[in-house]
Design a protein around this ligand. Sequence first.
Ligand SMILES: Cc1cc2nc3c(=O)[nH]c(=O)nc-3n(C[C@H](O)[C@H](O)[C@H](O)COP(=O)(O)O)c2cc1C
Length: 309
Amino acid sequence: MFSQDQILEKLTEPIIAPLSGYTSLPFRELLRQNGFTGLYFPEMINPFEIARGKFDKTFSFENDQPYGIQLFGGFQKGIFQEAIHILLKKADPVLLDLNMGCPVKKILKTGGGVRLLERKDDAKAILEDIRKVWKGPLSIKTRIGFTLNDIEETVSFLKELQVFNLTFITVHFRTVAEGFSPPPHWELYQQFKDQLNVPLILNGGIYSVSHIREIKENISPDGIMLARGILMNPLLFKERTPSLNEKIDMAKFFIKKYSEIYGEKRLHEIRKFMVFLFKGEIYSKALKEKLFSSTNLEEYLESFTFYRM
Ligand SMILES: Cc1cc2nc3c(=O)[nH]c(=O)nc-3n(C[C@H](O)[C@H](O)[C@H](O)COP(=O)(O)O)c2cc1C
């Protein structure tokens, strides 16, 4: 079991965000295969799914540690406790995280995600429930607010949540209104940091080696969390950009693993990651067409051969 201090030592490497539909087991294997030793997250999971025995998102492999598990959902008495009991029989996370930042409708309907920024009592009740059964490292992940008018309110709420002995707080520095596209408000990092007593992880808009360097030089945060950046460049944690040939090798590794673990029938699920991985590369459109018309492992793997002709 990783202690809180060991996790904090890991913050010299970026954390890899939970990314629904992406941070699957084969993707995590790809990162470990390429030397990532830091903390990452499988796809988030809902306590009700756990209670119903749905676990495929939390399956792990030999070198999976250290990984955290992110839970999402609204408050319902006892459900987080029950889920964690079941979860810990099957998985061995070094940290649990509560999703308080997701703005997707499906998640908001559960009363969870960023809804918990306004349902403050529910957020506290969930964290209280979690703390009854989980004494280990715990974190939360949220946004700076619904709009830029909320910053002070968000900071003071996060201050209140520190009583739950949080290992760190991750903030995606965009508002809910901004969604996922505009440049994030990294300039607000210090305002949050000044008022919090737990390590603050900066997330949002870190897509290139130069972004990482800029952040380290100008902001020097306690830690950074990569999300879409790691999908476009799985070596971003090393502050390196892979060549096209390296990307092709990574893609093939990933596709073979995916087929091995989930079966050939589910290979269509890899396409969206390939779109991220080859974004901006020469012939990426032609590659996309090939991948989207592939129907079996051999065809998927052959999609890349035209690059080498
Ligand atoms: C496809 C996708 C899936 C995501 N899934 C999750 C998730 O399961 N849990 C979570 O807290 N955030 C999730 N996020 C948000 C990211 O973790 C991250 O906060 C956000 O994308 C901003 O970082 P970026 O600009 O570096 O991508 C997701 C984002 C995307 C684009």
